[in-house]
Design a protein around this ligand. Structure first.
Ligand SMILES: *Cc1c(COP(=O)(O)O)cnc(C)c1O
Length: 357
């Protein structure tokens, strides 16, 4: 049986890392904004075209972004159809998540619904790497949880001009991995300085703390991995995008499986390939996932409906989110996926469907 795991993280080899690792260990500078972190930040700034700083995780970067915006006691709009880190970051930064429904086609925040909600900020999400396009001229700060979308392109460019600031994740399960890691980018120099302080306990150069911060610093070893990853990232991200398009087209051939296409002009990096199991498929979503697992195919019921998690449940109803969360399957995508991996996924779906008919 062919095993197709839900993620297949790619990292440089030990031999490739050895010179840098020796350098880091011999220098004694293993963290605290060392030379590898600075080089990695310069490379990311160059790649994205917007000043970028790195963090110990995407979550740390999210909390710093929200603290720097100043959301203490503030209602912050966010989708519920996301990874729980999104609303958790709002709460940990002192704000209150205000869950809003999503668009069933592009899976992003429903822009029409936003305008009717009173809030002091909005934290949109790029689900599976699909880039949320905020409505123009919003009167509140626009922040983006772009954790899954590092590498996504809109009109052939990284979409980094969508709001006040945005955050990426470099976790091992994401397309671009530093094992643990994250980044924040913004065009606002003052905002960047505040986020930088928050990353380092809120301290400034004099040792005073104008802000309350935490330890969100990236290790030198992680920055070294990131720098190595950038060397063939363009090739890998292109390949990944192509393979995800093939997988999506294969899924669309099944009656009762819905695989939303990328919005026009977008090339998402596809952190997983979402498919929605409609009643016409004839097998329930949970049975499909079980059937996939039985056949060695990694698949997750992901995203969930965050407003239904026990820490948030308050009776709120978001019909689109609930329908999507009950029917979604996240399928694996990797940049070294082979035709045989894709064939194994397609065959598993065929067997599951035929078994129940
Ligand atoms: C992965 C992810 C995060 C968390 O990033 P980490 O680097 O794992 O902390 C946050 N939000 C979303 C939408 C994610 O997919």
């Amino acid at each position: 049986m062919r095993h197709v795991p839900i993620v297949r993280p790619q990292h440089p080899t030990a031999v490739q890392l050895l010179p840098g690792l020796n350098d880091i260990l011999n220098s004694g500078t293993v963290t605290n904004n060392g030379p590898y972190v600075q080089k990695f930040e310069a490379a990311l700034t160059d790649l994205l075209g917007v000043p970028t700083i790195v963090f110990s995780s995407g979550m740390a970067a999210l909390v710093a972004m929200l603290r720097a915006t100043g959301v203490v006691g503030v209602d912050v709009i966010c989708p519920s159809f996301t990874f729980p880190a999104t609303p958790h970051a709002i709460v940990l930064a002192g704000g209150r998540p205000k869950f809003v429904d999503v668009d069933p086609i592009n899976l992003c925040l429903d822009n029409d619904a936003i305008s009717s909600v009173e809030a002091g900020a909005v934290l949109g999400v790029d689900p599976y790497g699909i880039c949320w396009q905020p409505p123009p001229n919003l009167a509140i700060p626009v922040l983006i949880d772009a954790a899954p979308s590092f590498g996504s392109m809109v009109a052939d460019d990284p979409p980094v001009q969508r709001g006040l600031a945005q955050v990426f994740s470099f976790h091992a399960t994401k397309p671009f991995s530093t094992m643990e890691g994250g980044a924040l980018c913004t065009d606002d120099a003052e905002f960047l300085e505040i986020a930088r302080r928050i990353r380092n306990f809120g301290q400034d150069a004099s040792g005073d703390c104008p802000d309350i911060g935490f330890n969100g610093k990236m290790l030198e070893i992680c920055a070294l991995i990131g720098l190595k990853q950038l060397e063939d990232w363009q090739h890998r991200s292109y390949r990944r995008t192509e393979l995800a398009v093939v997988l999506g087209a294969e899924m669309r051939r099944f009656t009762g499986l819905r695989a939303p296409a990328a919005p026009a002009g977008q090339a998402p990096i596809w952190t997983y390939r979402p498919v929605f199991v409609e009643p016409e498929f004839g097998v329930s979503r949970d049975e499909v996932i079980k059937g996939l697992h039985d056949r060695g195919i990694g698949a997750r019921a992901y995203y969930c409906a965050c407003h239904k998690l026990s820490c948030y449940a308050d009776g709120t109803s978001l019909p689109v989110t609930e329908r999507l969360a009950a029917s979604v399957i996240a399928l694996p995508v990797y940049d070294d996926m082979t035709d045989r991996d894709i064939a194994a996924i397609v065959n598993a779906f065929k067997e599951i469907r035929d078994e129940h008919h």
